[in-house]
Structures are given as C-alpha cells and as structure tokens.
Design a protein. Sequence first.
Length: 404
Amino acid sequence: MTFNPLEERGIPLDRQLRTWRELDVEPVDPDHADPYTKCRIIAMNGIEIESIMFGHNFTRVCPDLEVKRQLAEVRYIEQQQQKVVNWLLPGSASPLETTISYEQVAVDLTAWVARMEPDPYLTQAYQFGVLEDFDHLYRYANLYELIQHRKAEKIVDGLTEVIPGRPTRFHHRHPADNVREPYDRTTVDPLSRLHALTIMAAEQQTLSFYLNVGPQYMEPIARQLYQEIAMIEEEHVTHYESLVDPGETWWERLVTHEYNECYLYYSFMETESDRRVRAIWELHLNMELEHLRLACDLMRRNDGREPEEVLAPELPNVLTFEPNKAYLRELLDTQIDLTTLGTGYVQEAHERFERMQEALMGGEDPVSDQVVTRHVEQFGEDYRVETEGPHPDPTLRRREASHR
Ligand SMILES: [Fe+2]
Ligand SMILES: [Fe+2]
Ligand SMILES: [Fe+2]
Ligand SMILES: [Fe+2]
C-alpha cells in the first residue's frame, strides 16, 4: 500500500477552521491511556509548535506581503491543531508525570530514528543523544518517588526500561563541543531531513516545557533537577539543530516541514490504539495534505524548483513508538563513556571537557546525583524499572544503602 502525500487531496484551507466546540477536546484518561498514545500526543505537540515557530521566523524575513498572508492563514490552522493535540493531555497529570512521558518520547522516538537513519554520522548523533535522555528518565523517576511517593512504572508501563544511561553529570560539555557537522542538502537522503527535523522539534519542546514547569515546584531538589536537565536539553537542541544544512532555502524548509507533518500524522493514524485520538490524527493529516500542496506551489513559484527534488519519492516506513530495549542496552554496552570533541566523538574526557566540568560543578555533586543518593537513603535502593536483567555496565548496577 503506497500513500503519496503529493498526490492525495486534503481539506481546502477555508474549511479547516474549528469552532470553540471542536477545539474543546476531551483529554485521554491519565490512568488507562496507552503510554505510547501519550508519547504520540507529546511528540506531535512538539511538531506543531515547531511548524508555528518556523512560520514566525520565516515571516520575519519575508518581504512579500502575499506570502506573509498565506503563511499567517496556514499558521492559524497549525496553532489550532497544536491546541487540540496538546489539550489531549489530562490536567490531572502532574508536570512531573508529564515530564516522565516527555523523556519516554525522547528515548523511544530517538532510538527508533537512530535505527532507521541511513547516514552513519547522523545515526551516531542520535545514538549519542538517546543515552542522555535515557538517563534523564531515570533521574526524574527517582525524583518522582521521592516527592510524589509514586512509581514511574505506572507511566512507562514496562515499555521503556528505567535504568541509568550515560550519567547526567557528564552531559555538561563545553558549548563549542555541542556543534555537529551538517548534512549536505544536495546529497542527503530525504528521510534524513525528516529525522533531523523531528528530533530537533521534540528536543526544543522538551526544553521549553522544563523551562516553564521547573520553577513551579516548591521542593528545592525538584527545582534544581529541572534546572540542571533543562541546561542539557539546551545542549541537545544545539546538537540536533546543527545537523540541518543551513543552506536550505526557506521554501525548501517550508515544504519539508509540511511533508514531515503529513508523514507523522499518517504514521500515528496507522499505529494509534485509541480510536478517538486516531480520528484526530486522520483529520489533521487531511489538513496537512493541503498545507503541503500550498507549500509546494510556493516553492515552485519562488525557488524555481520542483518539490520532488527535496522530498522522498514515497512515504518512508511508518514511524512507530515501540520498545527499543535491546537496542538501548547495546548502546549502553558500547557508547556509555563517549563525549564530544569538536564535531566528533571521543572516548576519553579531554581538557576542554574537564575544565567545563570543574567550572560548573564548583566541587559539589550535581543534583542529578543527589536525587539518586537521597532515594537510596530513603528507600534503601535507587528506583528502576529493570525488565531485561541487570545493567550491562557493572559499575551502574543497583546501588543499595548497605554498600554505598
Ligand atoms: Fe500542523
Ligand atoms: Fe532529556
Ligand atoms: Fe534531550
Ligand atoms: Fe502544516
């Protein structure tokens, strides 16, 4: 079965506007929703926010009033889509519970992308990043039991393991070492463009979310953990955005954004377990098909090129939220001690890394370590969801109070 977004007809733009009643969606059930339904909601919210912010950035440098008007019309629909998608999240979930789902997204989305990415340099970038968000999940899960006396297994539901990744303290690199080499827009596989855009959007939204909810907590340890991990999400945004060729034209980027939205809504429609949410993915896909058609027209008119030159000849494999446990354990086994130097990766801590670490830590343990220490003190051991046996790295096996 082939679905070609360039050949399908969507809903005409003037019929995409929604009323208050249509915007007022019922959220998913916080206790019984499929964890991956929540992941799809969180991922898609990030994609819609990226489409809106991209539209704003484009319009700020666009001198053509007609184009600005069209961008504004489409963006109005994108922002309604964003409201519907994000408002599917239940208000009864605490920000920390939603945070745990955000990190589950980062883990299983990035791992899937790493597995499917055709370019080895880009694959390495995703493999490197995923081990860090994997560790964030573990740190937040320990915080969750400490301050809310609840267990993260209720949220991740055994689909994603909660065990140490590359320890968070080692994510604090010199900013110059967060900049990667971009792909080459003239030779890149179209799938790689979609991957880079998707992960960049997800990380950017994770960063914004932590920046906003972090200071809302009363407990100092929670405030500090959000502060520390938000600093790393900032690094992740730098890492992933630098993969995108800065030479892409605005038209090319616009078309890629709309195509990616079609790709993801189609993927989620195909894999969604909740019928009501599935209907939203399907409706939004039909809206995006029209956004894509309009973007393609703009590209032909202004870039003098055919969109087919930058887009995939057919829709890639359906992007799927699924467990990546074995894959992650293999990465834990082989890449846990990597850091970056310039645009590459090295196994040893280098001088610039160590200087940065010293300057930031000021002789104290980061809160990402303290949260685990506190958990061990209070509960006798750290919090984990270890479904596939002991940790592959012997030094990261279970810490118990007795042999601390
Ligand atoms: Fe959209
Ligand atoms: Fe993270
Ligand atoms: Fe991240
Ligand atoms: Fe769109």
